[in-house]
Design a binder for this molecule. Sequence first.
Ligand code: NAD
Length: 243
Amino acid sequence: MGEMYHEIARLLTAAHKCSALTGAGISAESGIATFRSKGGLWDTYDPAVYASIDVFNQDPSKYWTIRGDFIRNYNDYTPNSAHRALAELERMGILRCVITQNIDGLHRKAGSGNVIEIHGSLREIYCLKCHRRYIAPDVPEGTPPYCSCGGILKPDTVLFGEQLPEDALIKAREESMSCSAMLVIGTSAAVQPAASLPYLAQQHGAKIIEINIEPAFPGADYCITEKAGIALPEIVQQIRSMG
Ligand code: NAD
């Protein structure tokens, strides 16, 4: 394993542009449940029911019922060593951007500057009627919660069946097509279009380095079967030791 870390460190240092694609697994060590891994949220709740825009429009109380079991208050969670290692790789001039499927805001809290949140963020909720925005709120009272104007509140995240924010998707595709190495961390690669980004990167010549306790990307050039919170600091350490 030590030799593989060394090779990856060499690859990342030599690559002219590196990007990272992250999923729920990178935040597992911050205490946020993943969706699909064993014991994950979706063992208990069907996302097609609880996290789809159609159902939200018909009965928003379903979403707000499970929201507290998923991520309670935006400010309750702190980045772990994996988020911090990615921020450090950016400061070292190695990582150009983090494309994340996560909605927990932990990459920004860890200090990453260039974060593309393709599924939006729980940092804000907004009123469907008057469009007032509430920044980094506690989960409001009520299932569903209402704005003072009487409108229903919705998180600023992409629910199943909703379009991804176009700017973010365009940027994510551009970064994928122009990087020469991509770290793919803690994602089951089951949700499109995020799952196609490593393939896009690979088609354009990038090497793929997967970090996952249960690898999900069979085409990866390198695969570290390890917790992100252990593997990423080790990569940073290897790069530092190369001087
Ligand atoms: P997923 O739940 O489908 O898969 C999680 C992956 O992380 C699995 O492959 C698992 O093996 C791996 N994993 C678990 N713990 C790990 C660890 N410590 N280190 C490395 N890997 C680990 O997640 P997904 O692919 O991101 O798709 C889920 C969707 O749900 C995304 O669209 C995302 O928006 C959303 N989601 C977000 C959060 C969050 O914001 N933290 C949490 C759950 C789900």
